[in-house]
Write a protein that binds this ligand. Sequence first.
Ligand SMILES: NC(=O)c1ccc[n+]([C@@H]2O[C@H](COP(=O)([O-])OP(=O)(O)OC[C@H]3O[C@@H](n4cnc5c(N)ncnc54)[C@H](OP(=O)(O)O)[C@@H]3O)[C@@H](O)[C@H]2O)c1
Length: 200
Amino acid sequence: MKILIIGGTGTIGRKVSAHFIATDEVIVVGRTTPTISVDITNINSIKEMFKKIGKIDAIISIVGEAKWAPLNDLTEEDFYIGIKSKLMGQVNIVRIGKEYLNKNGSITLTTGVLADDPVYMTTAAAMVNGGIHSFVLATALELENDCRINVVSPDFVEDAYEKYKDFFPGHNCIPMRKVINAYVRSVKGRVNGEIIRVYE
Ligand SMILES: NC(=O)c1ccc[n+]([C@@H]2O[C@H](COP(=O)([O-])OP(=O)(O)OC[C@H]3O[C@@H](n4cnc5c(N)ncnc54)[C@H](OP(=O)(O)O)[C@@H]3O)[C@@H](O)[C@H]2O)c1
């Protein structure tokens, strides 16, 4: 399979990329990758990336930011950070990327536990994750050419333990093996329109 992994250099992305590189042809793209890079907040940059890469069997997106702050401190502009990056960035990856998928292809997006179990300071991030979940459910009804779409929604991951441990009291930090398997399930399995929750 020819697999594009956007955000494949990040904390989650680098482990997912390492897994698929062992068996598949993998193209890893990030904001600062040397050969092909992309800025998901810029639709022309997404179009350019797909034009350079051409036809593929699977798109994995493990990318997108949102502002963390107490609700009372968040401005309207702060909400747009997540809307432009994690939400519309991934929506545009789907809108453009579906035209580059081979028959039986798949798209896998990434959200996170905040959609279902938010913690303090995450109103903007939780909102965006929930929006992506609904987008995936609806898009699965319309993809053509036997293509599929799913979203992986992990709790905070083992490799980000130090960064997030104080923000997720009582949450289970997810072993990287389980996170990787969620992407494998989406890409190599037959599931469609599934929110693959990895919360324990
Ligand atoms: N870490 C967790 O515990 C966790 C848990 C649940 C969900 N998530 C979600 O999973 C996603 C990835 O998280 P992570 O912790 O792996 O992030 P990360 O370590 O910060 O890595 C982010 C990746 O995305 C790329 N990137 C960032 N902004 C971009 C942009 N505008 N356009 C294109 N690429 C961009 C980065 O490329 P460069 O390095 O070149 O900038 C990097 O490859 C996020 O949406 C996060 O909310 C994370």
